[in-house]
Design a protein around this ligand. Structure first.
Ligand code: G4P
Length: 536
């Protein structure tokens, strides 16, 4: 019996794949996700997830402010089944105003799919998200999308990814032309082409497979395309890296696929290869060493807290990534940071578009639990017999800053309470100018929408109106040297010294030039862009 349980645990965990999809807005992340769900049978027709802004609300319409702005503030998680795999997709907000949550979500993924628009190449937001994935050395798969439009030369695109992101690539397939003439892809491992045929439908497309040597190839893809393809393959085989799965798993080589999410060209072959190459749940570092996902005792960490999903109840939903074992809704768990045994309340998962209360879940899965306000980002939950803490979630450098205070001086207490609580949840970061008390607070955010959420919540939940003043800084760096007296640093006049609420010193800069200036004038000064959560 025991053995049976173990093998079913192993079977369940082995078939899990938990990944994030990252891209710059409009590259096609939502369209690609939707096609995955469609293939997995989780939705019945294209357009159910994305498309009209109103349809999008069905998925993540949790906060009032989302309705007002018609965008997705939150990152959501979707689970579906495909060919025996149990897939968890971590969605990252697609709008320009993405937030620190987007970065934190990446901490819960075992790999990432990077969607790139073939006519645009590497864009700003992709660059930022990539950096965070690269920090964890997780595998990163590239899907070059919109090949049905006039695209840039595929060799140039590959070169740009390698140069801009600093990761070698391995094209798993190669496009046959682009735009109206896009015919399909050449699969380098199988050495054959998959030619697609537009069906006008939104589901699967017809595809024909043929060998390079097939007489009929010219007819299938056109004589010119055949010629070009042969030339490309020769160049590619001569120039590109060897395929090395270990390097892929270490985040040192990105497999590249070409396709068109909208027309379904190349999506299914991509999904299949990707699922084969991407790893099942990975071990995670903790104060007790690496925690093996197949360990039968349950453990998880909190990577996201969603406040007030139900305004009537002022509740919070805390999202946890299960790192080992199996979760059972009847089980007792230990909240390590709170040193408290408890039962997780209303555990739920998001299956495609619906939130469902669940009875069990496995390593690799993400669960949302009802939180009366006890969890913080990075907290560990585990079986009561164990007691360890997972490596914390880094604090990411905000890029926008405001100085804020309350309009009504009588509301001081609420101002301090609201600001502190919202910061504890991780919705904003707060800083102080040393020695000024908490009269005014500097709020730092990764995406400007966080300012709106903060202001909205201060008004609605704490009844405090704010006076805000934009600050001209765009960069913040943690001072890593513990032995430096920050007051003695030589800084340019437009650099500001601040402290976070743990007492760490940081510097605010208005340009990268100022950062270099500070480093040059202060020998030995060490600055960092992330503040890694340290193990106790
Ligand atoms: P995002 O989540 O990365 O922001 O991108 P999303 O999927 O919403 O796609 C952005 C736009 O690009 C959408 O058009 C979508 O239809 C289009 N698109 C996605 N994949 C492809 C592709 O392979 N080929 C082409 N030609 N277009 C693609 P839209 O007009 O902005 O939105 P909608 O009116 O279609 O909803």
């Amino acid at each position: 019996m025991e053995e049976n349980n173990l093998s079913s645990l192993e079977h369940e965990i082995k078939r899990r794949r938990t990944f994030a999809i990252i891209s710059h807005p409009d590259a096609g992340k939502t369209t690609l996700t939707e096609k995955f769900l469609l293939y997995g049978g989780a939705i019945a027709q294209a357009g159910a997830v994305k498309g009209k802004k109103s349809a999008r609300h069905a998925v993540s319409d949790w906060m009032e402010i989302e309705k007002q702005r018609g965008i997705s503030v939150t990152s959501s998680v979707m689970q579906f089944q495909y060919e025996g795999f149990c897939i968890n997709i971590l969605d990252t907000p697609g709008h320009q105003d993405f937030s620190e949550d987007t970065y934190r979500t990446l901490m819960a993924a075992d790999s990432a799919v990077m969607v790139i628009d073939a006519s645009k190449g590497v864009e700003n937001q992709t660059r930022k998200l990539f950096k965070v994935c690269a920090m964890r050395n997780i595998p990163i798969f590239t899907f070059i999308n919109k090949m049905d439009r006039e695209s840039r030369n595929p060799f140039d695109l590959i070169e740009e990814i390698e140069n801009e992101l600093g990761i070698p690539t391995y094209p798993v397939n190669w496009p046959i032309s682009s735009g109206k003439d896009f015919r399909g892809v050449y699969d380098r491992a199988k050495k054959h082409i998959i030619s697609f045929e537009a069906t006008g439908g939104q589901n699967r497309v017809n595809s024909v497979e043929a060998d390079l040597s097939d007489e009929s190839l010219g007819e299938l893809i056109g004589a010119d395309n055949r010629e070009q393809l042969l030339e490309d393959i020769e160049l590619l085989d001569g120039a590109s890296e060897e395929f090395d799965l270990e390097a892929v798993h270490g985040g040192r080589l990105s497999p590249v696929f070409f396709g068109s999410a909208l027309t379904n060209f190349g999506v299914e072959p991509f999904l299949e290869s990707f699922l084969e190459m991407t790893p099942p749940p990975l071990p995670r570092n903790s104060s007790a060493g690496l925690i093996d996902p197949f360990d039968s005792s349950f453990s998880a960490f909190v990577f996201k807290i969603q406040a007030n999903m139900n305004k009537a109840h002022r509740d919070r939903i805390t999202f946890m990534r299960i790192c080992s074992g199996k979760f059972d809704k009847e089980m007792d768990v230990l909240h390590v940071q709170g040193n408290k045994k408890m039962r997780l309340s209303q555990p739920q998962q998001i299956m495609a578009q619906e939130r469902e209360i669940i009875d069990e879940a496995y390593a690799g899965d993400i669960i949302g639990v009802f939180d009366p306000g006890i969890f913080s980002i990075g907290d560990t939950v585990c079986s009561p017999g164990k007691k360890f803490e997972f490596e914390g979630i880094p604090t990411f450098a905000p890029e926008h800053f405001q100085r804020v205070r309350q309009k009504d001086t009588m509301k001081r207490k609420q101002f301090v309470k609201g600001t502190t609580q919202i910061a504890q949840e991780g919705a904003i970061q707060i800083f102080q100018e040393p020695y000024t008390g908490m009269e005014e607070v500097i709020v730092g955010v990764v995406g400007v929408l966080q300012f709106d959420v903060f202001e909205y919540r201060m008004k609605n939940e704490y009844n405090v109106e704010l006076i805000k003043e934009g600050l001209p800084y765009s960069y913040i760096r943690w001072i890593d040297n513990k032995d430096i007296d920050p007051k003695t640093l030589k800084l340019s006049s437009d650099t500001k010294l601040v402290q976070d609420f743990k007492g760490n010193y940081l510097l605010l800069f208005s340009s990268e030039w100022n950062i270099r200036w500070a480093l040059e004038r202060n020998e030995g000064l060490e600055l960092s862009e992330f503040n890694r959560g340290e193990l106790q």
